[in-house]
Design a binder for this molecule. Structure first.
Ligand code: NAP
Ligand code: GLV
Length: 297
């Protein structure tokens, strides 16, 4: 913050807070419960990431202080890279090729075109839309599912509970870019996995979760992988992070696992974003990317 906004008086929790009654803005990722509430003159809470579940879970969070989240092309671009990478990795069977190379096996198995695969993205917000557009441009058949209907050219839109099963039924690769809310908890479960398409080139669907760990029921995913009901899974987020060493997800041959790095908040970019929001707020401009606490995102 000192580099990108040297004019700001920056305090750091817990050791360099100074007089807390002077603090007007708080930038936070995993604030310990009670810290935000202890700032009597706080005007805005600024999340350092796109998801705000870690901030909202503080039961003492002051009710009347607005929360702003990150919506920045740097963060979105990183997520799109991750989603495109993992859809392509499964589509082009890269893990099988890696294994073959390791064993010096020349196995030129048949491949298929992108149009053979239906990708379904749960969560068509800032991240979901960008991933959908890039996957569409590569030739995949892309649909999105969100609370409200979206109009994205070349991307089929499904909305709400009533269209969820139809969305699952046409999806070979299920991507989650949902926020963590009570409604999305455990959404990647055995029941919903069983509703996914089995008409794709692999005969069983693939799951990619870069939303939040609470959305997946790990035991259901493992059981579905073991039974062949799921072809493969890429998981970036987990209920407990770091993922405990004894989790079976670490070693399952059909799981590709990454340590919540799908879209990292770049310190300099996000500090510039926070500083510019502070400047705009001080000029009296309305806050952008406000979190709706009732919806939870
Ligand atoms: P966003 O713009 O708020 O989009 C959220 C989307 O989810 C919206 O389209 C929303 O529908 C949809 N949604 C929410 N609840 C739903 C429900 N119950 N049923 C159907 N759709 C629902 O958020 P974003 O910026 O795209 O970020 C999405 C999430 O990605 C974050 O919350 C965070 O958890 C995750 N994330 C992960 C990483 C990582 O490194 N793994 C990095 C950044 C973000 P409406 O549009 O109709 O409201
Ligand atoms: C990261 O997980 C984010 O929500 O930005």
């Amino acid at each position: 913050m000192r580099k990108v906004a040297p004019e700001l008086d920056v305090r750091v929790w817990p050791d360099r807070m100074g007089d807390i009654s002077e603090i007007e803005y708080c930038a936070a990722w995993l604030p310990p419960p009670g810290v935000v509430k202890s700032l009597p003159k706080l005007k805005v809470i600024m999340s350092l990431g796109a998801g705000v579940d870690a901030i909202l879970k503080d039961p003492t969070l002051p009710e009347n202080v607005p929360i702003v989240r990150v919506n920045d092309p740097d963060l979105t671009g990183r997520m799109t890279e991750y989603i495109v990478l993992h859809v392509l990795m499964h589509h082009r069977q890269q893990r099988r090729l890696d294994e073959n190379q390791k064993n010096r096996v020349w196995d030129s198995f048949p491949t298929h075109a992108a149009r053979a695969l239906s990708v379904g993205i749960m969560g068509m917000g800032v991240m979901g839309r960008d991933s959908a557009e890039k996957l569409r441009d590569l030739g995949f058949r892309v649909a999105g599912w969100s609370r409200t209907r979206k109009d994205v050219p070349g991307v089929q839109s499904f909305a709400g509970e009533s269209e969820f099963d139809a969305f699952l039924g046409r999806t070979d690769v299920l991507v989650s870019l949902l926020p963590a809310t009570p409604d999305t908890d455990g959404i990647i479960n055995r029941g919903n996995i069983s509703k996914l398409s089995r008409n794709g080139p692999f005969g069983a669907p693939i799951v990619i979760n870069a939303g939040r760990g609470r959305q997946q029921v790990a035991e259901d995913i493992l059981a579905a992988l073991d039974s062949g009901e799921l072809h493969a899974a890429t998981l970036d987020v987990f209920v407990q992070e770091p993922l405990p060493p004894d989790s079976r997800l670490w070693t399952h041959p059909k799981v590709t696992l990454t340590p919540h790095c799908a879209a990292d908040s770049d310190p300099e970019t996000i500090c510039a974003y926070v500083a510019s929001n502070i400047e705009k707020h001080r000029r009296g401009e309305p806050l952008q990317n406000l979190v709706d606490r009732a919806r939870g995102y």
